[in-house]
Write a protein that binds this ligand. Structure first.
Ligand SMILES: C[S@@+](CC[C@H](N)C(=O)[O-])C[C@H]1O[C@@H](n2cnc3c(N)ncnc32)[C@H](O)[C@@H]1O
Length: 200
């Protein structure tokens, strides 16, 4: 099924690479640097868009690891694939709520600027839990606070007008429900970073 969100992001794909400033990319690099990603890891990038994180992630895992981007917008996924035609980068056109990967496939999962858009956030967290290895972390990353994200989406309007980060309490309940543990949430102007550990 092709829904309104897919249409919205398909239409945005051509110009998406212009979204981020050099300053944004530098801030993002600093965040990624703190996530303890290492050589040889297999990383899942949910809602990868055109692959804005891929270069940063590739530098962490080097040639012995892999980066797998998932996006349900075919245009975003195509562009990500064109941007990063490397052997250890895979781009999959799929929905975050139904991931086409075996249980325990990845060492880390990230969702950058994507989680508020997932139609069923609990299902997406359940799926991330399923495809992560025991002890692996899931990071939800934004360059704005939860409040700023809501404001920006409201200003954009249309299908994304009500796409939000859940409250801290709700997100913690969602993590608990999926058997993630040790959830931490940082939420202040310029950064939202939620991290949870797969307890399997
Ligand atoms: C705001 S964009 C961010 C893209 C990229 N992470 C970046 O920061 O450049 C959100 C992305 O999430 C994708 N997305 C939204 N809902 C999705 C879902 N249920 N499954 C997979 N991708 C989804 C959209 O197609 C879009 O590419």
């Amino acid at each position: 099924m092709h829904d309104k969100h897919q249409e919205f992001f398909d239409a945005a794909a051509a110009e998406w690479d212009l979204t981020y400033t050099a300053e944004d990319l530098e801030r993002l690099t600093h965040i990624v640097d703190k996530l303890n990603m290492a050589e040889g890891m297999d990383i899942l990038d949910l809602g990868c868009g055109t692959g804005i994180l891929f270069d940063m992630l590739r530098r962490k895992v080097t040639g012995s690891g892999t980066v797998t981007g998932v996006d349900f917008s075919i245009e975003m996924a195509r562009k990500a694939h064109r941007n990063f035609p490397f052997d250890n980068v895979n781009v999959v056109d799929a929905d975050a709520t139904a991931l086409p990967f075996a249980d325990g496939s990845f060492d880390v999962a990230v969702a950058f600027a994507a989680f508020p858009h997932f139609s069923d956030q609990q299902k997406a967290i359940d799926e991330v839990h399923r495809v992560l290895k025991s002890g692996a972390k899931f990071h939800i990353i934004h360059l704005e606070s939860a409040r700023e994200i809501s404001r920006v989406h409201h200003e954009i309007g249309g299908v994304v007008a009500h796409d939000e980060i859940p409250t801290d309490t709700t997100l913690r309940e969602m993590f608990d429900h999926s058997q993630f543990m040790s959830a931490t949430i940082e939420d202040h102007p310029g950064l939202y970073l939620a991290t949870a550990v797969n307890s399997r």
